[in-house]
Design a protein around this ligand. Structure first.
Ligand code: NDP
Length: 480
């Protein structure tokens, strides 16, 4: 009998008022069930918002050092749960254990960054223009922050939003993605054990269209931090505008890797494989377009195909697996459909196919399309799977124009030994992240993480802006 998992609201484990649950499938085993999760409704979100509201006043007045102690305790528990949590992420998301461990490690690095950075962040004061007036700028927590996360990095993304929100004195209502509710509920257990006061952190599982929607439309929720598709991000932005609720939106991408003729070929191949196929290509900063300068295109493609053919695609829990399944049936079908349309459009599939993949899960081999024209759907639309669209170009100007001819602007990379080419690319690329001889998925917590154009809106995550996203600025003028 599968275990039934509960919501975490007001410091208690509760069942949904709807009385309904939903199943969580392991994508490596079709038809499996990892557990039953609460199929919550608007009433459950209303209750979570009410307790978060009640907890806010005391939490914002809790000294920063105490808030830091709670988050520090949480990070300690996260570290000691690394193996258990990584296994949960692999079971419900499909990625390999190595990738899941890396996700936990990334959450730890980012969490420690915010934990130490927040002390410096709050320290602004100064004398006023008049001798008897002292002025300072004071950050105020916003109130309740709604956190809505995707399934592709189910624990790291929620930590990157939740920890800065809590450290800056806000309370949180968290809605995990329905494909990966287990890691969300597991994290709620860690917050409970870390000693957070009741109501400060709440977790409600259920459908985005119901509980996610309710969270966004409630005027008591002062900010929504969302990661997911551009389509849902647009809806959230429009809905939040009704109450001028602040939004932090991290959305889709169609990230280009530009390889110049003078590049280190092996290093650029590593970049294409790592950023193209890690997490089965299901990450917002994955490489999905590879632009090759014509003189090296043939050699690069040949080696890329050979690398793809060597990769072991299997259950992510096996340590020998290079790439796990994609996250679920819908994702599997969407990717397969996009691959069929690419072939109909005239792109050549030079790596991929079904040979050697286990039949019982949602497995797709690393896939490469060559001869891709700039106007093809596979070159323009986000696929969110292990699929690379490869095109050739003559000049850097052409590559930049093509890379920028997209509604998205999240990440990008160039491989070259020419400093001037690198400089022109850094200036010209329309993206939130610009990498030179570093793959598109690389990031550090001290650097802002967010996109331009339709890849994101609001302040980026991480760096100072990751804290500032959850505070307002108050100008104080004091005459004693
Ligand atoms: P979705 O946008 O479908 O869902 C993301 C989250 O939003 C889920 O928790 C979902 O709930 C919820 N949701 C869905 N509809 C609504 C709604 N109307 N109101 C409020 N919440 C809602 O994206 P996916 O989960 O499919 O994630 C994949 C997408 O996320 C890709 O496009 C990818 O590019 C993007 N992404 C961006 C990242 C970035 O940092 N820029 C990082 C990771 C992913 P439910 O699961 O119940 O439907």
């Amino acid at each position: 009998m599968p275990e039934t998992f509960k919501n975490f609201v007001g410091g208690r484990w509760t069942i949904s008022r709807t009385g309904q649950t939903f199943e969580n499938e392991n994508p490596a085993i079709r038809g499996s069930n990892l557990g039953l999760f609460q199929s919550s409704g608007p009433d459950d979100i209303d209750e979570a918002i009410a307790v978060a509201d009640a907890a806010f006043l005391a939490w914002r007045r809790t000294p920063l050092t105490e808030r830091q102690q709670c988050v520090s305790a949480f990070l300690g528990l996260l570290k000691s749960s690394r193996e258990e949590l990584a296994r949960i992420v692999t079971l419900e998301n499909g990625k390999t254990l190595r990738e899941s461990r890396a996700e936990v490690d990334s959450a730890l690095v980012e969490g420690h960054y915010h934990l130490t950075q927040v002390s410096a962040f709050f320290g602004h004061t100064g004398p006023g223009a008049f001798r008897d007036i002292t002025t300072w700028m004071q950050y105020q927590p916003l109130g309740i922050v709604g956190v809505i996360s995707p399934w592709n990095f189910p624990m790291n993304v929620m930590c990157r939003k939740t920890l800065p929100a809590l450290l800056t004195g806000n309370t949180v209502v968290f809605k995990p993605a329905s494909f990966t509710p287990w890691s969300g509920v597991f994290m709620a257990g860690l917050f409970e054990r870390a000693g957070l006061p009741p109501g400060v952190f709440n977790c409600v599982t259920g459908a985005g269209s119901s509980v996610g929607n309710r969270l966004v439309e409630d005027p008591r929720v002062r900010a929504i931090s969302f990661t997911g598709s551009t389509e849902v991000g647009r809806k959230i932005q429009a809905q939040a505008a009704r109450h001028l609720t602040r939004t932090q939106l991290e959305l889709g991408g169609k990230n280009a890797l530009i390889v110049m003729a003078d590049a280190d070929l092996d290093a650029s191949l590593d970049a294409a494989v790592t950023a193209g196929f890690s997490n089965a290509g299901q990450w917002c900063t994955s490489t999905s377009r590879v632009l090759l300068q014509r003189p090296i295109a043939g050699a690069f493609l040949e080696k890329l195909v050979a690398r793809c053919e060597k990769m072991t695609v299997a259950d992510g829990t096996l340590e020998t697996t290079d790439m796990g399944p994609v996250a679920g049936p819908q994702q599997y079908q969407d990717i397969r459909n996009a691959m069929c349309r690419a072939q109909t459009d005239g792109a050549r599939m030079v790596a991929g196919g079904d040979a050697g993949v286990p039949a019982d899960g949602y497995f797709i081999r690393p896939t490469v399309f060559a001869g891709v024209r700039y106007d093809m759907e596979i070159f323009r639309e986000e696929i969110f799977g292990p699929v690379l669209a490869v095109s050739e170009f003559d000049s850097l100007d052409e590559a930049l124009n093509v890379a920028n001819d997209s509604i998205y602007g999240l990440s990008s990379a160039i491989y070259t030994r020419d400093v001037r080419a690198a400089q022109r690319y850094i200036d010209g690329i329309e993206a939130g992240l610009a990498h030179v001889n570093v793959h598109t998925g690389y990031k550090e917590p001290s650097m802002p993480f967010g996109g331009v154009k339709q890849s994101g809106a609001g302040l980026p995550e991480n760096s100072d802006s990751g804290l500032e996203a959850f505070v307002s600025r108050k100008a104080v003028y004091l005459r004693g």
